[in-house]
Design a binder for this molecule. Structure first.
Ligand SMILES: [Zn+2]
Ligand SMILES: [Zn+2]
Length: 324
């Protein structure tokens, strides 16, 4: 299974301003010389030695995730990240420009739908696009995105064959070689995470969620979303103090996801839904706090003679691709 993160920001697409990029570039150049490099021929080597976010940041685009296994593909959410995926599809390099495309919607907040009118396969004759969601209003909600004066092309003018599939809560569906099951997340408007199984692996999509239900008892029928998982994508928009301040805003902190991962033996976790105001340094600070928390959890367990499973975790950046 391969999972590619086309958009990892939350709430609103957001970039550094030109002045902030200039200041960031100055820091990168200073670091080039501070690292002992001296001439132009060493630039590529330097760039390869630095983690992508340290150079290019965590990304601009909002939630869109592509899951592939062999020739099978599903897409989760249509945030602004879906535009770059659309460009790749239309470039012809993927060999599936006519689809069928399967787009699973978690919910319909702007940051998860804003890219859909820019998903070019919607406009291509002979192309097949399937939309899936638990929310029974799915057809109206998608149609509403293509409506004047918000968008110039009405839904009726789309040339692709578009199909809507309203999913039953917590019932698996088989789609293009995957088994996909929606489980409820903790968000102010109903939001459904997805467990995606395929290629012998399992991916849990847990964005947007506040993670107010953490214990197995509280999670109840939604617990399987977190069990038997190879990679979990978890909402970590806030620090722990921010999470306390922003109760009921529907977003979580990395520590909450780590607790679940440690208990359920989730092998790998990527944190995302970065705040639109979160600059590179802010995400690095979240990472530092998460590392501190993770190490303290391991230390306490060790002192009590318990063994916690190792969790490989990081903060996701736009364009990141993970092979499981
Ligand atoms: Zn969101
Ligand atoms: Zn939301």
């Amino acid at each position: 299974m391969k999972v590619k993160f086309w958009g990892v920001r939350g709430s609103l697409p957001s970039s550094l301003s030109p002045a902030e990029w200039a200041s960031h570039t100055e820091g990168v150049l200073r670091n080039f010389f501070a690292s002992g490099y001296r001439d132009l021929s060493q630039i590529s080597k330097y760039i390869q030695s630095v983690e992508t976010p340290m150079l290019g940041g965590y990304g601009v685009a909002t939630t869109c995730v592509e899951v592939q296994a062999g020739r099978s593909q599903i897409i989760i959410d249509g945030g602004s990240g879906i535009r770059n995926l659309s460009e790749q599809i239309m470039s012809g390099t993927t060999g599936r420009s006519k689809g069928p495309f399967h787009i699973f919607m978690t919910h319909f907040h702007w940051d998860h739908v804003i890219g859909l009118p820019f998903f070019v396969p919607n406009f291509i004759p002979g192309c097949e696009v399937h939309y899936y969601a638990v929310q029974s209003e799915l057809p109206d909600l998608i149609r509403g995105l293509f409506r004047k004066p918000y968008f110039p092309v009405p839904f009726e003018a789309l040339k692709a064959q578009i199909h809507f599939h309203v999913l039953a809560e917590r019932q698996p569906v088989k789609v293009d070689g995957f088994v996909v099951t929606p489980y409820k997340l903790d968000h102010p408007d109903p939001c459904w995470g997805y467990k995606v199984e395929g290629g012998g692996k399992a991916y849990a999509h847990c964005v947007d969620t506040e993670g107010t239900r953490v214990t197995r008892e509280d999670l109840g029928p939604d617990l399987p979303l977190y069990q038997g998982i190879d990679l979990m994508y978890f909402d970590a928009q806030y620090t722990l103090p921010e999470l306390a301040e922003k109760a009921n805003w529907g977003h979580s902190a990395a520590q909450v996801g780590l607790d679940i991962a440690l208990r359920e033996g989730i092998k790998k976790v990527l944190f995302a839904h970065h705040d639109p105001g979160a600059r590179i340094e802010h995400v690095l600070e979240l990472k530092r706090q998460t590392r501190e928390y993770y190490e303290s959890r391991l230390r306490f367990a060790n002192e009590k003679g318990e063994k916690l499973p190792a969790v490989a975790w990081d903060f996701a950046h736009e364009g990141l691709e993970v092979s499981l």
